[in-house]
Design a protein around this ligand. Structure first.
Ligand SMILES: Cc1ncc(COP(=O)(O)O)c(C=O)c1O
Length: 468
């Protein structure tokens, strides 16, 4: 009797009991010679892939094919995988059965999609502390946006929104972050959602930073829309998601126009689809969707509460330890005790943020982020940049020059981060304070960023094109 390989392959895979990450033991070269284990403290930008995600994608890849329109069995398996991913994402975020789950490219794409679906004349409101993905999409579409001054506590956020909604009862949508990508504060989503609904508005939560670190239940929170990115959820394969109420999405024009978003087309008329496909024209990112869903399944099986508990503890440790570095300036928007995810943003005068990040990479093998973190108004506020200074930067940029913009360094943690990693960052920063740098750095004219000069570090030989 011959076995049926498809039936065998489609049996549910055994979940890995641990949350291992691809590349967690990679050694990197240092400018001074020698190698050391890469200390990745840049999870808030993009997370490494879960081993489980890479393994399951590899198992699926031989069956990967076109979705939705193929009669071949691979197409049917791929379609089932794509639609299965949609349902897994709904389950992970506890979306309602009636919610539409649109596979997008990322959180930015999800927010722009929702902005394009605001009913005609609808008004949105957001705090100026938002990431640009949640700050910027609204004003350029049919709706319009009002900005609220960034609050100095969760309580202020609630009272400011309450006052605004009372004075502006025609507000249709509140756009708010779940957790800040700059200062880590976790926003009071339940209270803000309650307020929005009390005043007849809806809420969209930017869960880009919240989703990988805290459990989210859209149904019990009564959140109307949620946006998230796979690449921040240990699935860096290019998919994101928008989950939420179907009516606005079904009434709006297709976000992308083309094949897959229609029921029937004649030269004179188009009958557009409803549901997610209305906004997913073109061949979708099947592998990205499957990867994101697999990551969510893996995280849920491990337990988001468990992940959150471990990371909150580590985040508090990181803030406390970093505070011990002589001369460091650690930024926060809200009071020190406010609940936070593991994101700590700082400066270490007199070092420029770009210089400090380059030193940490070149001399210590530590990966962090630096700059304004796509939240310019928040960074200007945290660094006390005056309106006049901001106007000067703007004028310089408009004149085609490249001024050194203010910014900071951000360390961020996730699965796999240890106390040893944090201790190593603290020891490295302390070493920089006490002994200065041991290499020379110059501003790279192409990127405008500090880089080791010279940079003798060899790069790995990889079977892909690298522009260098
Ligand atoms: C809070 C927040 N919102 C939105 C985004 C945008 O995410 P993406 O780049 O995946 O669209 C980010 C990315 O850093 C973020 O941190």
């Amino acid at each position: 009797m011959t076995t049926n390989p498809i039936a065998e392959k489609s049996a549910p895979a055994q979940l890995h009991p641990h949350l291992d990450l691809v590349g967690s033991d990679i050694e990197v070269p240092l400018v001074s010679g020698g190698w050391r284990r890469y200390v990745n403290l840049d999870y808030a930008a993009s997370t490494p892939a879960l081993v489980e995600v890479a393994a399951r994608l590899e198992a699926f890849l031989p069956y990967y094919s076109s979705v939705h329109r193929g009669a071949g069995i691979k197409s049917q398996i791929s379609t089932a995988a794509y639609e299965g991913a949609r349902e897994s994402l709904r389950e992970f975020f506890h979306g309602r059965p009636t919610d539409t789950v649109v596979i997008t490219r990322n959180t930015t794409d999800s927010m722009n999609l929702l902005a394009s679906c605001l009913p005609g004349g609808a008004k949105a409101v957001a705090f100026t502390s938002e990431h640009h993905a949640t700050l910027l999409p609204w004003g350029h579409t049919q709706g319009s946006i009002q900005y609220l001054t960034m609050p100095k506590s969760a309580g202020q956020a609630i009272s400011a929104l309450g006052e605004y909604l009372t004075e502006h009862p025609d507000t249709a949508l509140v756009a708010v972050t779940g957790a800040s990508n700059v200062t880590g504060e976790v926003w009071p989503i339940a209270e803000l959602t309650g307020l929005a609904h009390e005043h007849g508005a809806r809420i969209v939560v930017d869960a880009a930073q919240m989703a990988p670190h805290l459990p989210i239940d859209m149904t019990s929170l009564d959140v109307d829309y949620l946006a998230a990115s796979g690449h921040k959820l240990y699935a860096p394969y290019g998919a994101g998601v928008l989950i939420g109420r179907a009516d606005w999405l079904d009434s709006a024009d297709a976000y992308l126009r083309g094949g897959g978003a229609v029921e029937f087309v004649t030269p004179s008329e188009v009958l557009w689809s409803s549901g997610a496909s209305r906004h997913e024209a073109g061949s979708p990112n099947v592998l990205g969707a499957v990867a994101m869903a697999t990551a969510c399944e893996t995280l849920a099986n491990f337990g988001m509460e468990r992940i959150a508990a471990e990371e909150i503890d580590l985040a508090q440790y990181a803030r406390r330890r970093l505070g011990e570095v002589p001369g460091i300036e650690v930024y926060r928007l809200w009071e020190p005790e406010a609940p936070r995810i593991g994101v700590v943003t700082f400066n270490l005068p007199p070092y420029d943020h770009s210089h400090l990040a380059a030193i940490l990479s070149a001399e210590f093998g530590i990966g962090v982020r630096h700059g304004c973190f796509c939240a310019h108004p928040l960074i200007l506020e945290l660094l006390n940049v005056s309106d006049d200074q901001a106007a000067t930067f703007r004028a310089e940029l408009k004149a085609g020059r490249r001024p050194r913009l203010p910014g900071a360094v951000r360390m961020s943690i996730g699965i796999g981060t240890t106390r040893e990693d944090i201790d190593y960052l603290v020891a490295s920063l302390t070493n920089i304070v006490e002994h200065g740098t041991s290499w020379t750095y110059a501003i790279d004219p192409t990127t405008g960023e500090f880089a080791p000069d010279p940079d003798p570090r060899p790069w790995p030989s990889l079977p892909i094109a690298l522009a260098r």
